[in-house]
Design a protein around this ligand. Structure first.
Ligand SMILES: N[C@@H](CCC(=O)N[C@@H](CS)C(=O)NCC(=O)O)C(=O)O
Length: 208
């Protein structure tokens, strides 16, 4: 098994944390997003969507999309459980993971429409897409609304999907740090998020 990865990108990061939480060792293959290696013909054979992360399984198939990769790994290595135990908890983990991804999308909307580095590449994928500057403000509004919703949830729950640490927390950690790239610093004004962030970033796997 191998993971196609880039160390600074938030989606590969959440899969690396998941792998570290499981205590697994999976070799990493660097695909340099700064050099646009994801758009190379070789990598597009692996993932036509031209995104990271991608897991190459032992039977030589490729899985893209972070949740799909983590689902595959959880099936192979059920403990420690990170995608929920009971039927209800599984649903909560997927639900809050998807919500946390919406926060990542909102931060990406800001970054990808403001940063000169994303000119002509405002969305991931092989096709050129121009930036729309008006989306920056909308994205900032979405980011703030997102963290307000998260703050309410974390006021009443130890972790994002309830009592147990899960993949939803991993996605939220990656989202929170990614949002810092657009200068949100969401936890500074949201005490429950700050409490949660201090706790989850103290876990050894958070450095993966
Ligand atoms: N929904 C995908 C998102 C993957 C994604 O957008 N990855 C980013 C890095 S965080 C990427 O590969 N971007 C390539 C690009 O911008 O061209 C997932 O869950 O893994």
């Amino acid at each position: 098994m191998r993971l196609f990865d880039y160390n600074r990108a938030p989606n590969p990061r959440r899969v690396r944390i998941f792998i570290a939480e499981k205590g697994l060792k999976i070799p990493l293959v660097k695909v340099d997003l700064m050099r646009m290696q994801q758009l190379s013909p070789e990598f597009r054979q692996i993932n036509p969507g031209a995104t990271l992360p991608v897991l190459e399984t032992d039977d030589g198939s490729y899985i893209s999309e972070s949740l799909a990769i983590c689902h595959y790994l959880e099936d192979l290595h059920p403990e420690p459980n990170l995608l929920g135990s009971s039927r209800a908890e599984k649903a909560q983990v997927i639900m809050w993971n998807n919500i946390a991804e919406q926060g990542m999308d909102a931060a990406a909307e800001v970054l990808r429409n403001i940063s000169p580095g994303f000119r002509g590449h405002a969305l991931p994928g092989p096709a050129p897409i121009e930036q729309i500057p008006a989306l920056v403000e909308r994205g900032q509004t979405r980011v703030n609304q997102f963290f307000d919703r998260i703050e309410q949830q974390l006021k009443n729950n130890a972790y994002l999907a309830g009592e147990n640490y899960s993949f939803a927390d991993i996605t939220l950690m990656a989202t929170t740090e990614f949002a810092d790239w657009v200068e949100t610093h969401a936890y500074k004004t949201r005490p429950a998020l700050q409490r949660w962030y201090t706790e989850v970033t103290a876990r050894p796997a958070a450095n993966a």
